[in-house]
Design a protein around this ligand. Structure first.
Ligand SMILES: [Zn+2]
Length: 269
């Protein structure tokens, strides 16, 4: 069972700077939509940020990001500048989940090695650069059902504290259709991964991906182009799950962001 202790949501207005403006949610787990002068090169930490020909870019902020972020900007004439911005903190829920297969809560070394190999596949999918701005379709909630888990919550599985939860859980009967949240390309479609079960990663361009896991069925394959609303799979409980649900995740490259924030910042047109 899941117990929500508290929920806090911040909505932050643009952090304006001379060369770069930021809108969306400049907060932990947030998705930021930036505007720069066309031709600018921007770096956030070690991540080069792709910028559209008309100067738009996306930026994902990690759940545990510090209070201040910094963008390095090199304009088309070679001028370098540093743009600092304030990142609003968020408070995270604590969620207790019981009835999870114990072998997947405390995996043995053999299982750990397989999980490590699968994590590398996921990482490669997250880091695949796609320069078609599919994200411009905006995003829809991918399945109907009850919200049964939130992004960022501290998870206690079968009584053991675990890493933070990386997505939005939507509970529904096995077989409930799962729709592509936006136009995109299937960068990973993998059956029966150990932790995530039947798994899909969709690439929406400019670093933004969505993730669909624990499905009973996968209905797309690697390289497929999908349109927003296409049925790509069905709700299940494969992998580390204690009941049928879709775990819907979102990443900006390898940074997990809050899917509910994504839906709020880039709603479907
Ligand atoms: Zn989940």
């Amino acid at each position: 069972m899941i117990r929500a202790l508290f929920l806090s949501m911040f909505f932050v207005l643009p952090a304006a700077a001379a060369d770069v403006s930021l809108t969306g949610r400049v907060e932990q787990g947030g998705l930021v939509v930036g505007t720069a002068q066309p031709g600018a090169k921007i770096t956030y930490g070690k991540q080069d940020i792709p910028v559209t020909p008309d100067g738009k870019f996306l930026l994902g902020i990690g759940r545990d990001a510090p209070a201040t972020g910094e963008l390095l900007v090199v304009s088309s004439d070679g001028t370098k500048s540093t743009q600092k911005f304030t990142i609003a903190p968020r408070a995270w829920e604590i969620e207790k989940v019981d009835g999870v297969p114990q072998a997947l809560v405390t995996p043995d070394p053999v299982l750990m090695e397989k999980i490590g190999a699968e994590n590398k596949l996921m990482y490669a999918a997250y880091m695949t650069l796609e320069l078609t701005p599919f994200f411009q379709t905006g995003f829809i909630r991918p399945a109907e059902g009850r919200k049964s888990g939130t992004f960022g919550s501290q998870r206690i599985l079968n009584g053991s504290p675990m890493a933070a939860h990386s997505g939005l859980d939507i509970a529904g009967p096995i077989g409930t259709p799962i729709h592509a949240a936006a136009d995109g390309i299937v960068t990973l479609s993998h059956p029966m991964m150990i932790m995530t079960g039947n798994t899909i990663v969709l690439n929406h361009g400019y670093g933004l991906e969505t993730i669909y896991i624990h499905m009973s069925k996968i209905l797309v394959k690697d390289g497929d182009h999908v349109k927003q609303g296409d049925v790509i799979g069905e709700i299940g409980m494969t992998g580390r799950a204690n009941g049928p649900h879709l775990h819907f995740g979102a990443t900006w490259f390898n940074t997990r962001i809050d899917p509910e924030t994504l839906l709020a910042v880039l709603p479907a047109r």
